[in-house]
Every structure is written in structure tokens, then in C-alpha cells.
Design a protein around this ligand. Structure first.
Ligand code: ADP
Ligand code: K
Ligand code: ZN
Length: 433
């Protein structure tokens, strides 16, 4: 099967926009009527549901921010009474306080359906045995993906995180063909599989990896080590969780689903960017009941791509995430995204893809950036000259891309902590000025 929902996935622009407009009007009316927070927000901005006379009128509505979730903690953003909420999740809290999200029965079904659509897009079906190696707590990647696997009709293995060797043994014993986890954990699984000579025994063919930024080179490394195809999966709790945007088998950008979301990619002035340009992803929920977000500023930076795709789907398309706005660090006035560091080191064979950025301030109050990287096992040597050469290469390549001088620490293989959750890449020890 090529499509899960062919009609929607291949709907032409005009018809899709008609559907979006109908859903947008309903969503805006609902939040204005049922969510005091939105009533206030709209009133303050001089916006009213009656102003929405076309899809483009969405730009008259105020943005919703992450801080709105903390300000209305825990349930103040919900659009239905708690009686109608059948499940609560919360953001993993990578940055700041967690955001609490709620789902009606219909939301859970719609989310499962959306994930089944994505899984079908990368060639999965009810025949697959699908291991979900993320945390099953409040994090949406656990139960959320699980629900999608069951909706698809594949066999769900709720592996959770931890005990990596045991996870691999399970994959061998159960004949696991598909895996969901973070890219950094996939890399760790791959390292462990290679170390234990397990790769040949795996039946794994597809990885759905997401929840944190990763690079094209990291994809290649994971694909080569595990002998699989790996696809980028993007989502955020505020909009359901995973499944909002997903790569197809073309592996050239993600499809983002216009029937569920009004998609904007905005520049600093709040204008929609041209195709190929980057901006912040701003999303409006069109189908949700429990929690309806109007023009939610995701903080995630992406590039808007041309909508045509060889796979035949007609959705809006975006590039992999370049970074999140609040991940960006400013070092001596220069903007640095951790993904840029990942890109650089993934091209250097002697070091692994694991890294950590340590920020400090020197006695002259200037920022210092140290990048800790790990030597590959087979690059380990007592030869100081050789080690220095590797270190200098990392410094030089980082300098080329970032335009700032960094110190580089070469660590022994395995020194940087591998977790099943999102990797912590930046440690900012700079005292406030
Ligand atoms: P938190 O903000 O606490 O991490 P979530 O667990 O809801 O909350 O994570 C959502 C965020 O994770 C997104 O806003 C985005 O920054 C990041 N993310 C999710 N999937 C991807 C992906 N495929 N690529 C890059 N970043 C991603
Ligand atoms: K995150
Ligand atoms: Zn496609």
C-alpha cells in the first residue's frame, strides 16, 4: 500500500485550502467561545472570529507562545472541560517549564491515524514488527507512537529506554523490522550492535527517528551502521506530538499535513518566507478538540520547500529542522546552532557524532566555547602528534563553518553520556554579565 489516506494526501491545493478554511473558521470560533485565554488574547489584539473571511486572514490573529502554556498551567489552554479529556501528556521540558497538553477521544484517534499515514509513507504496514525505544512517561513519543503503530496494525514492542544490549537482543529475537527512537539513541544502538556483532542478525529495515535535531551525515552514519533506511520524524506536544511532519522515501524534506494544520514559515517580520528560505514554523491546529493552538510559534527553524514531491503527495513540504530558536547560542556575538557542530564533526572520520558544547566566560569577560568530541575507537593512539592533528582538523573545520575559534577537547570513546531521551548538547556555564 502506498497511501494511508490517498484522497487527503494527494488533494489539490485549491480543495485543500477550502477544507483548511472551513476548519480554521471553526477552530477560531471555538477557542473564542470556549477558552477565556483566547478570548482575552483576541480582544487585546483587536481580532475577532468574524475577521476570518479567507485563509490569508489568519495573519490577523495573534500568535500563541510557549509562555502562554506556563502562564495557563496546567489546563488553562484546554478547549473542552477536563471531563472530555481522556489523556494528558506534557512536553519533555527540554527548555523551560513543561507544557501540559490534553486529548479527547477523537484527538487520540486522529493522532493515531496521522501516524499511520506517516508510517505507510515510509513503506511500513501491518506486517511490520515495530519497536518503540523511547520513554513511555508523559513524553508524547511513547504512547503517541505506540498508538500509531497499533492504528497501522503493525506489532508494537513498547521497549522504552535503557539496557541497550537487551533492546538489541529483543530486536533479534522478535524479528523487529522498524524502530522509533531519537537519532542520538539510534546511534548508540548502532554502536552497541556493531560492538556485539549483532548487525547481521537484525531484520531491521526502517528507522523513524526524531524528537531532536540531527544532520544528513548522522543519517548516513546510522543507515550504514545498521543497514537500514532512516527517516526524519518531527512533532511537538502542543500539536499532538510526533507525526506532524515526516519524510517520505525520497528523503528530501518532510511532508507536513495541511488537513490538520495551517502551516506558516515566517521571517523576522512575520512575513511568509519564499520557497527555499528559512523561517520559524508557526502552526494552527485545524482538527484538534482538547487543545486548539492558534498560530503557535514553535520556535523551530526550517526551510519552506517547493510543494511538488516525487512520491505523489501534495502537502506543504519543509526541510529538516535547522535548529530551534531557543537552542541557538550566541558566542561573542555570533549565532551558533548545535546542529552546525554536529554537521562538522560528522564529516571527520576520526571522531564520533557525539559532542557537547561547554560555554564559559574568561577573565576578560569574553565567551569561550569548548567543543568536546570523542575519538572513534580505532582512532585511539598514544601518538601525540597524530592526536594533535585530529584536534587541529576539528578546530579548523569548526572555524570554517562557525567563524569563531573554539577549543576542542578530544575525549575517549564513550565519554559523552548516551541517553534514550533527547541529548543535552549545550552546557552554558557563563555567569550573567
Ligand atoms: P520540548 O520542547 O520539551 O522538547 P517536546 O517533547 O514536545 O517538547 O519536543 C518538541 C520539540 O522537539 C520540537 O519543538 C523541536 O524543537 C524538537 N524536535 C522534534 N522533532 C524534531 C526533529 N525531527 N528534528 C529536530 N527537532 C525536533
Ligand atoms: K526538544
Ligand atoms: Zn514525498
Amino acid at each position: 500500500m502506498k497511501f494511508w489516506d490517498q484522497k487527503i494526501e494527494t488533494m489539490n491545493r485549491k480543495e485543500m485550502e477550502k477544507l483548511q478554511f472551513k476548519r480554521l473558521k471553526k477552530a477560531v470560533k471555538t477557542v473564542y467561545r470556549d477558552v477565556p485565554f483566547y478570548k482575552r488574547k483576541f480582544d487585546d489584539a483587536g481580532a475577532h472570529p468574524d475577521d476570518i473571511r479567507s485563509l490569508a486572514d489568519a495573519s490577523k490573529l495573534p500568535y500563541t507562545l510557549r509562555s502562554d502554556f506556563t502562564d495557563n498551567y496546567p489546563f488553562g489552554m484546554f478547549a473542552v472541560p477536563i471531563d472530555d479529556i481522556v489523556r494528558i501528556h506534557s512536553s519533555s521540558g527540554t527548555t523551560g517549564k513543561p507544557k501540559v497538553v490534553g486529548y479527547t477521544k477523537h484527538d487520540i484517534e486522529a493522532w493515531g491515524d496521522l501516524l499511520a499515514r506517516n508510517f505507510t509513507m515510509v513503506g511500513l504496514s501491518h506486517k511490520d514488527v515495530f519497536q518503540n525505544s523511547v520513554n513511555y512517561g508523559l513524553f508524547t513519543g511513547g504512547l503517541g507512537i505506540h498508538n500509531g503503530i497499533e492504528t497501522l496494525g503493525a506489532t508494537a514492542i513498547p521497549a522504552g529506554t535503557g539496557n541497550t544490549l537487551r533492546q538489541l537482543e529483543m530486536m533479534v529475537d522478535f524479528g523487529v523490522t522498524a524502530l522509533h527512537c531519537t537519532p542520538s539513541y539510534a546511534l548508540y544502538l548502532a554502536e552497541t550492535a556493531v560492538d556485539n556483532n549483532l548487525v547481521d542478525q537484525l531484520k531491521l529495515k526502517t528507522g523513524c527517528l526524531g524528537a531532536e535535531p540531527w544532520s544528513e551525515n548522522m543519517r548516513k552514519t546510522i543507515e550504514d551502521m545498521l543497514e537500514i533506511k532512516a527517516y526524519d520524524s518531527y512533532g511537538l506536544s502542543e500539536m499532538f506530538g510526533p507525526g506532524i511532519a515526516f519524510e517520505c522515501t525520497c528523503q528530501d524534506g518532510m511532508h507536513i499535513w495541511d488537513d490538520h494544520f495551517l502551516v506558516e514559515v515566517l521571517d523576522e517580520n512575520g512575513e511568509q518566507v519564499a520557497e527555499g528560505e528559512k523561517g520559524e514554523l508557526v502552526l494552527t491546529s485545524l482538527t484538534k478538540e482538547g487543545l486548539i493552538n492558534i498560530r503557535y510559534k514553535t520556535g523551530d527553524i526550517t526551510r519552506l520547500l517547493e510543494p511538488e514531491c516525487e512520491c505523489g503527495r501534495c502537502s506543504t513540504r519543509i526541510s529538516r529542522m535547522i535548529g530551534r530558536a531557543d537552542d541557538m547560542i550566541i558566542v561573542r556575538g555570533i549565532n551558533v546552532f548545535p546542529t552546525q557542530v554536529q554537521d562538522v564533526i560528522s564529516k571527520i572520520p576520526e571522531v564520533t557524532n557525539q559532542f557537547q558544547i561547554i560555554l564559559t566566560r574568561n577573565s576578560k569577560n569574553l565567551d569561550e566555547m569548548t567543543v568536546q568530541v570523542e575519538l572513534e575507537k580505532d582512532a585511539f593512539t598514544d601518538d601525540i602528534i597524530k592526536l594533535e592533528r585530529i584536534q587541529q582538523r576539528v578546530v579548523a573545520d569548526l572555524m570554517n563553518v562557525l567563524s569563531i575559534r573554539t577549543s576542542v577537547d578530544l575525549l575517549e570513546f564513550g565519554s559523552i553520556e548516551r541517553t534514550g531521551g533527547k541529548a543535552k548538547r549545550v552546557i552554558d556555564n557563563r555567569a550573567p554579565l
